[in-house]
Design a protein around this ligand. Sequence first.
Ligand SMILES: [Fe+2]
Ligand SMILES: [Fe+2]
Length: 331
Amino acid sequence: MRLITIEEYNDKTMQLARPIYDRHRRVLLAAGRTIHPKYLERLKQMDIKYLFVDDFISDGISMEELVDMPTWMDAVEVVQQAFEDAKVNKLLDIRAIQKLAFKLLDEVSKRKILIIIPSTSLASELQLYAHAVNVALLALQLGKKLMLNHLQMNDLAIGALLHDIGKAVKGEEHHTVKGFNYLRKNREISLLSAHVAYQHHEMFNGEGVPRQIHDQQIHQYAQICGIANRFENLLSKEGVPPHEAMEILMAKSDIDFSQQLVRLFINTIPSYPPGTTVTMSDGKEAIVTKIVDHMQRPHIRYLSTNEEVSLAERPNLLIVNISQEQSGSNG
Ligand SMILES: [Fe+2]
Ligand SMILES: [Fe+2]
């Protein structure tokens, strides 16, 4: 299995590895199917940008690091319900949100690595909710690295899940302000979680919104959420591959984000997730098969020979670029 952009899809060589859902979260195309070209156009109109496929070159790649799809879809539904409650100024179903926070915390703590499903693998109507779930998962990975305790992780998870809820609230103010005011009305939501919504667009140098606070005036959870938020948007919305998104975050450290947190964050995310097709420093094409010990030194398999190599054991062999090779031609 591997993740491809919808433009890379080839109905002669690829089958769906994960279902495609419609905007009501119903299965539109099941795993194992191929996508008819006419259908592919429809998916593009739904703003679906990424697909998980099985094909010859990705044979045997299981992507165990990927968040489990039913769990992720359930999470999207809980966030959607929260946004719908906010839209009509109803109080949140705190029990559902709490349950989800526990579930995500469990997902993150039981795995060494967790790779997110791009929010743009869903229809446009669901992307904001999927974005929130991904931001929470990424934030929790950084929280884990910071060795936050259970209570802290819980507040961080809820804050990250609801960071953009102000977008659903009526009114003219910035969504950070609307979100904060709405969350404060929900007594069971901790004030720290509400501050994640309030401060996630503040910048380290004081040029953010809404209050231009800076450095450590920005609560650590909001700083974490800010980094996770930018990374998720780069990956899902802007189609930037992970290794480039990391470069962008590094370039923004001490400007938009704390350098210390960006460094830690980068250590929680693989630059080249399994299924990435790459060009190696010896000029040959390969595919990343798995991540074993080293986050940034995965195992790769040469497309021409099927030979598998651990980059952790071959320090001189480097990934020089990612390639968007069509399948079949190298087999
Ligand atoms: Fe936001
Ligand atoms: Fe966001």
